[in-house]
Design a protein around this ligand. Structure first.
Ligand code: B12
Length: 171
């Protein structure tokens, strides 16, 4: 689904009052409607969205973070491998000095255990995600997170706060 823009075709550095949000799936996941849903919701909230699609290799995500300079990265996965792909991916991203402080969240159906997928929250946070949103909690926790992080682009929420997992919020 994803076809990278040619080098030099980076979007202009504007924030339009909202945030520039890079939406992506993980390398193994071919589902796309989850990404379309997130894009539409984020755009409705006034954010600028760059949706790089499904089956995105880690290297390509890193490259796109550098090329598009987002305020936030939103990772979505529903095929059940999200907790594994996510852990690997965030490790790669945090190992890059220029991307180590970039706000990155993950959500969706992160395992194959339904509501019990919330068990993956703590390990994904420990691996480096700023917040984890399990599918069964709906999108309200994510909208609250965005409202907090949506203050002026340079006033980013400090890493690790607030983390929202499943139906509960953890400090
Ligand atoms: C359509 C579909 C497909 C289509 C996808 C077509 C496409 N272009 O996207 C096809 C047929 C290709 C497909 C393939 C597969 N699928 Co499929 N698929 C579905 C199905 C029926 C609907 C998904 C969908 O589009 N939903 C609509 C979108 C809008 O909703 P959503 O994806 O649920 O996302 C919501 C939330 O999860 C949340 N969310 C998602 N990401 C994020 C991120 C953040 C930050 C936040 C806050 C919220 C959030 O917000 C969204 C809106 O509420 C679901 C079952 C179902 N009823 O959900 C299975 C399902 C997702 N698939 C599943 C599986 C296993 C597969 C396959 C592995 C099957 C196989 N053995 O080949 C492959 C995946 C291969 C791969 N490499 O990834 C499983 C995943 C199991 C799990 N996680 O427990 C499901 C749940 C079916 C099931 N019950 O077993 N699939």
């Amino acid at each position: 689904m994803y076809s990278p823009a040619p080098t030099g075709d980076a979007p202009p550095d504007v924030r339009c009052g909202g945030q520039r949000v890079l939406v992506s799936s993980v390398s193994s996941d071919s589902h796309t409607w989850n990404l379309v849903f997130l894009q539409l919701m984020l755009e409705e909230l006034g954010h600028e969205v760059i949706n790089i699609g499904s089956c995105v290799p880690d290297d390509l995500l890193i490259e796109e973070c550098r090329r598009t300079n987002p305020d936030m990265v939103v990772i979505s996965s529903v095929n059940g491998h999200g907790h594994l792909d996510g852990r690997r991916l965030i490790g790669r991203l945090r190992a890059e000095p220029d991307l180590s402080g970039l706000p990155v969240v993950i959500g969706g159906k992160l395992g194959t255990r339904g509501a019990e997928n919330r068990m993956y929250g703590p390990e994904l946070l420990a691996a480096g995600f700023d917040a984890v949103f399990e599918d069964t909690a709906g999108v309200a926790p994510f909208r609250r997170y965005l409202a907090q992080a949506g203050r002026p682009a340079l006033d980013r929420a400090p890493r690790g706060t607030p983390a929202l997992v499943a139906s509960g919020e953890i400090a």
